[in-house]
Design a protein. Sequence first.
Length: 363
Amino acid sequence: MAKIERVRTDLFRVPLERRLTDSTHGVMIDFELITVRIEDADGRQGLGYTYTVNHGGAAVATMVERDLAPVILGKDAARIEERWQDMWWTLHYAGRGGHATSAISAVDIALWDLMGVTAGLPLWKLFGGYDPTVPVYAGGIDLELSLEELLAQTDAFLDDGFRAIKMKVGRADLRQDVARVAAMREHLGDGFPLMVDANMKWTVDGALRACRALEPFDLLWVEEPTIPDDLRGNARIVDGGRHAIAAGENLHTVYEFAQAIDAGAVTLPEPDVSNIGGYTAFRKVSALAEANNLLLTSHGVHDLTVHLLAAAPHRTFMEAHGFGLTAFIVDPMPVVDGHVTAPDTPGHGVALDFEALAARAPH
């Protein structure tokens, strides 16, 4: 495989199709998209990207441009683990997570895409291959929607082919959360896969109280009931909450996942390929989950993630994120009867419409 010849980084502020709300991030009307395009000496290209919520995208783009691109230029594009380690240690003192692993993620994803293009294989096969048809759920970011709007959104998700749905909880009055979940369960019927996401809103005692109140509604899981930093508290929730507990979108290193799993603080690891360190790190978290007999889910960027879950025998539902890039993806994956199918095109198969995105570059 040829050496890395060029690295291009771009930053865009992308409007959301509708106003989104959850319990900790407030109102979201757009997000920042950071793209990385890597070209080797033979002219082949790989694409990677990550995103930030509300703030921080410029810092990620700067890290790629100033700190990571010089580290990988001129190096063998096929030695991805070596490139990853070089990037990790370059940013280690200033990073060990956060913006640093988001920057590494975008580059790593681009390197794996280039690897797949060069090999002529889709990434899900390059990762070993299991089943390209992956169950998917609609992740609503909908805390402040009225009940009528929430149910209308649910019907739209069903019309779009989804057969599993996650809704937001974490209102100031737990009784409102309970009433909304009860209405959703009645609307969807018994047995329909329904999850809730508190976005770290509750204290440990508050989470235990909420889990007990939500027990009658047969939830597939409760997500991020409290802050990820409190491993003992999360373990208390796992032990006493009477639900499966999904978490991980705010864990940004393999080591954090290892500590959470060892502490019994999570039953459904949920890494995000765009902030954990890319495909390289996500696959290590996947192996940790399998070795500990845990099912695996995911957060965000489902267009990229589908290859990882298509190669994982212990996967459960994949999230189709509310931050979807559908309007800017040349050929988005359709949802058919609750599933998406990983593409058979080389690499990850995602092509962005950079002409359309150009109007979203900050001035």
